[in-house]
Design a protein. Structure first.
Ligand code: URA
Length: 210
């Protein structure tokens, strides 16, 4: 699903192809999620990052601010990256789906998982980002990102911590989504799970070296 990326169409933009792609994504009507979301939240980070991390979709805070991983899950991820000895600024962070999907509950906006069709349509942008950033490693955070990159061949619970081949030739490290760890904070094994996540993120390090 990442193979039909639009990258070549964006090569000739004065501010660089990633900026051109970001601008084009602002007008995206490939699915209906743009209707209720505040704005598109495109990926950000080092333009030629060696590692590209992929979440599910922007959350409430990201939707308001227009940047990926700036809410609670992002702060949790930042802490775990730091503990793993990784500088977020060396990476590129994006999402499988670029608009916030939610349902309203009174004044609150509750996250809703994107469906297969939405993930497939948004793979157009994700594939484009990967083609332009040209990372050495993808990191899939959670099931939606794993599905976007790998299809149904792997299950996060079984395969987390593994680095596997993808059909676009860039290996992918499979791990959990930081929100899942945040949600299970009260559980007895929460700290153990967090440490496991930090150890999995540590597998990025050889790919970040020159
Ligand atoms: N969760 C995600 O998957 N992505 C974000 O950008 C924020 C929260």
């Amino acid at each position: 699903m990442l193979k039909n990326a639009p990258a070549p169409a964006f090569q000739d933009h004065a501010d660089g192809p990633l900026d051109a792609m970001r601008q084009a994504a602002e007008e995206c009507r490939r699915c209906d999620l743009y209707r209720d979301a505040t704005q598109v939240v495109f990926g950000e980070g080092a333009r030629h990052a060696r590692v590209l991390l992929i979440g599910e979709q922007p959350g409430d805070r990201e939707d308001q601010l227009g940047h990926p991983f700036v809410g609670p899950a992002g702060r949790f991820l930042d802490g775990c990256l730091e503990e793993a000895g990784i500088d977020r600024a060396d990476c590129y962070l994006t999402n499988a789906v670029k608009h916030f999907k939610f349902k309203r509950l009174g004044k609150r906006r509750i996250h809703e998982k994107p469906n297969t069709g939405e993930v497939r349509r948004c793979a157009w942008w994700l594939g484009g980002e990967i083609a332009l950033v040209k990372p050495r490693l993808l990191v899939t955070l959670g099931a939606t990102a794993a599905f976007a990159v790998l299809g149904k061949r792997y299950a996060v619970t079984v395969d987390r911590g593994r680095i596997v081949d993808t059909e676009i030739g860039v290996p992918a490290l499979i791990t959990v989504h930081p929100s899942a760890l945040l949600r299970s904070r009260g559980r007895p094994d929460a700290e153990q799970e967090r440490q496991r996540f930090v150890a999995e993120l540590g597998k990025m390090k050889p790919f970040l070296k020159a």
